[in-house]
Design a protein around this ligand. Sequence first.
Ligand code: SF4
Length: 124
Amino acid sequence: LQPLHATPGAGIVRVLTRDSCGLRATADITGYLAAQSARQCGPCRNGLPRLAETLGALAYDGRCEPREITRLAALVDGRGACHHPDGAARLVRSALTVFADDIPLHQRGTCCVAHETPGAWSLR
Ligand code: SF4
């Protein structure tokens, strides 16, 4: 990843196939990250579950504005006792940029990959 000036971020690598939706995949990963913390700090107890829920609402139901997701990511960033929430926030911000063209599709109730099966996201 170094030649691309990229890092593994939260330490998760997920390969997107041609029939994968990047927004939904990111919502799934964010839900996983929210579920894996000890929930001892505010960002993990409240922020990450809310961030995952909000991103999932956009990715799966088209019900959320990206601005709200960005706001929640900023709220958890740098506020934990470790960098777990920071990595999740970076992942989410990156996904909103990389998959920006897909967001209007989701808001109109469709998806870049209409036939994708739901992922492992489980905080809904
Ligand atoms: S910020 Fe780190 S230490 Fe605090 S609850 Fe989250 S994972 Fe645990």
